[in-house]
Design a protein around this ligand. Structure first.
Ligand code: ROI
Length: 168
């Protein structure tokens, strides 16, 4: 497999969400055949979907990997499991959610994998951190991140300050 640049969306709204997301980024960096190229800041975001749940912490990580998409997905699911993810309520709270947003310029549409992630254009908590990493990024079939962002308000979204003492 040639090396591919993949973008991963991270989200958590249970059990110290900032810590869940920070440690998941470290775990992404530890996946086989994979290196962490860059990452966004953390963002606090109002829940999309049912409103009777805590705010989320969201971020995006950019990986270089030679894992095929299916193997990458399995790696993400293993990390979710380690964070105690249980799939209870549809669009309900979760300790950790990891999504493959982009896998190079590939378009994949299977039962298990939809890449680019179909929700990107609607989610300011994905677009803003993506743009922080690369605002000129092209999302196959959707357009440039910068243009998608211009159509999404930042309502409910706050970029979080660096955690004191966090590694830079
Ligand atoms: N809402 C926000 N703000 N962030 C998320 O990561 C997120 N993830 C979800 C649902 C429940 C749809 N809402 C979200 O899965």
């Amino acid at each position: 497999m040639p090396e591919v640049v993949a973008y991963i969306g991270l989200g958590s709204n249970l059990e110290n969400p900032q810590m869940q997301v920070e440690s998941a980024i470290d775990e992404l960096a530890g996946l086989p055949e994979t290196a962490l190229r860059s990452r966004s800041s953390l963002y606090r975001s109002a829940p999309m979907g049912p409103q009777d749940q805590p705010d989320f912490v969201n971020a995006v990580a950019c990986l270089e990997t030679t894992l095929p998409p299916q193997a990458l997905l399995q790696g993400l699911q293993a990390i979710e499991q380690r964070h105690g993810r249980v799939r209870a309520q549809h669009w309900g709270p979760r300790t950790l959610d990891l999504d493959i947003l982009l896998y190079g310029q590939y378009m994949i549409d299977t039962e298990q994998l939809k890449i680019p992630h179909p929700g990107i254009a609607q989610r300011n908590f994905v677009l803003y951190p993506l743009a922080e990493i690369d605002s000129r990024l092209d999302i196959p079939g959707m357009g440039k991140v910068q243009e998608l962002l211009a159509q999404r308000s930042a309502a409910g979204l706050t970029r979080l300050e660096q955690t004191p003492g966090a590694a830079q």
